[in-house]
Design a protein around this ligand. Structure first.
Ligand SMILES: C[S@@+](CC[C@H](N)C(=O)[O-])C[C@H]1O[C@@H](n2cnc3c(N)ncnc32)[C@H](O)[C@@H]1O
Length: 278
C-alpha cells in the first residue's frame, strides 16, 4: 500500500468544516464582475467616473473591496447592522484583498442604513434584495429617501429586484458547486401581505447539511412599487435595467439593458436606477 502524503489528502467540505460566508460568496456573489459592471454603467449613464461608492447591506463587504481595487482614487463605504458579519469580512476579504493604502480607502460602518447620510456618494447600491427587510411602504420609502439624501447631486442609486410567477412557488432550487450543493428555499409566500420567507442551505458530499445557513424574512416588492417610491423620494429618470435571456439555457444572460417593458418571464432579476437631480 502506498502511503499518501498529508498534502494530497482530499479536504472534502462537510457541514462541520465549511464556512457559511465562503459558501455564500461562492454561490451568490460575483464581486469583481459586479464592481466592473457598476463602474461602467455609472460612466455610461453620467459621463463621470464612479469614485465614492456606498454598499448598503454590505454583509462581508466583498463588493466594496473590489470597488477599492478598481482604481487608486476609489473610495468605498460599506454599511451593515451585523458586526460579526463585518468582522468576518475584515478578516477574510479586507485583509486578504487590500494592502495598507487600499484599506485607508475603505470605511465599514456598523450602522442601520437608515442612519447613514455621509459622506455624500457618487453611487449607492442595495443588492441581493436586502432592502426587502423593510416590510412597510413607509419604511422602504424612508430608506430610499435616505439614499437620495446621501448622494451628491447627479449621484445614482441602484437597487436590484426579483420576481415572476416562479418566485411565488414554495419550493427549493438546488445548484451544484465544486464541493457542495447550494439550496435556495422559497419557504412561505403570503399573497395578502406579499411577505416571503426564504432560506439558504448547503449540502456536502458526505451527506451532512448546513440547514438554515441564512434565513430571510422579507416582503416581496414589485418593480412598480419600487419605481414609485424612487419618484416619491425625488429621483429623476427612474428606469429599469432588465436582464436578457440566454436562449440555450432559458436563464438570465447577465446582460442588462434599459427597457420600458419587461417580458413575462417565469423568474427575472432587474435593477432599478434613479438619479438625484443636479
Ligand atoms: C442578504 S445579506 C446581503 C449581503 C450582500 N450585500 C450581498 O449582496 O450578497 C443582507 C445584509 O443586510 C444586513 N442588514 C439587514 N438590515 C439592515 C439595516 N437596516 N441596516 C444595515 N444592514 C442591514 C444584514 O446584517 C445582512 O448582512
Amino acid at each position: 500500500m502506498v502511503a499518501r502524503s498529508p498534502a494530497r489528502k482530499s479536504k472534502k467540505l462537510t457541514a462541520r468544516t465549511a464556512d457559511r460566508h465562503v459558501l455564500y460568496q461562492k454561490s451568490v456573489q460575483a464581486p469583481a464582475d459586479d464592481a466592473q459592471f457598476y463602474t461602467r454603467r455609472f460612466k455610461k449613464y453620467t459621463g463621470r467616473d464612479l469614485r465614492v461608492f456606498r454598499e448598503d447591506f454590505c454583509g462581508t463587504a466583498v463588493l466594496s473591496c473590489h470597488h477599492v481595487l478598481q482604481h487608486p482614487d476609489n473610495i468605498a463605504i460599506g454599511v451593515d447592522l451585523d458586526q460579526p458579519t463585518l468582522d468576518w469580512g475584515i478578516e477574510h476579504n479586507v485583509n486578504k484583498l487590500l494592502n495598507a493604502e487600499q484599506k485607508t480607502r475603505l470605511k465599514l460602518l456598523n450602522k442601520n442604513v437608515l442612519d447613514v447620510r455621509a459622506p455624500k456618494c457618487d453611487a449607492i447600491n442595495a443588492l441581493n434584495f436586502s432592502y426587502s427587510v423593510f416590510k412597510k411602504r413607509r419604511d422602504l420609502g424612508a430608506y430610499i429617501k435616505n439614499a437620495f439624501r446621501s448622494l451628491k447631486p447627479g449621484g445614482v442609486f441602484f437597487m436590484d429586484a426579483w420576481g415572476g410567477p416562479d418566485v411565488l412557488q414554495e419550493k427549493t432550487d438546488r445548484v451544484r458547486h465544486k464541493g457542495f450543493v447550494y439550496e435556495w428555499e422559497q419557504r412561505v409566500y403570503d399573497p395578502i401581505s406579499h411577505e416571503i420567507t426564504c432560506a439558504i442551505h448547503f449540502e456536502f458530499p458526505d451527506g451532512t447539511r448546513m440547514h438554515n445557513a441564512f434565513v430571510y424574512d422579507w416582503r416581496l416588492w414589485t418593480l412598480a412599487e419600487i419605481r414609485e417610491l424612487f419618484e416619491d423620494a425625488g429621483f429623476e429618470d427612474v428606469h429599469v435595467l432588465w436582464e436578457g435571456t440566454d436562449h440555450d439555457t432559458g436563464e438570465g444572460n447577465g446582460v442588462f439593458r434599459r427597457r420600458t417593458r419587461g417580458d413575462s418571464d417565469e423568474a427575472w432579476i432587474s435593477i432599478v436606477v434613479g438619479r438625484r437631480p443636479e
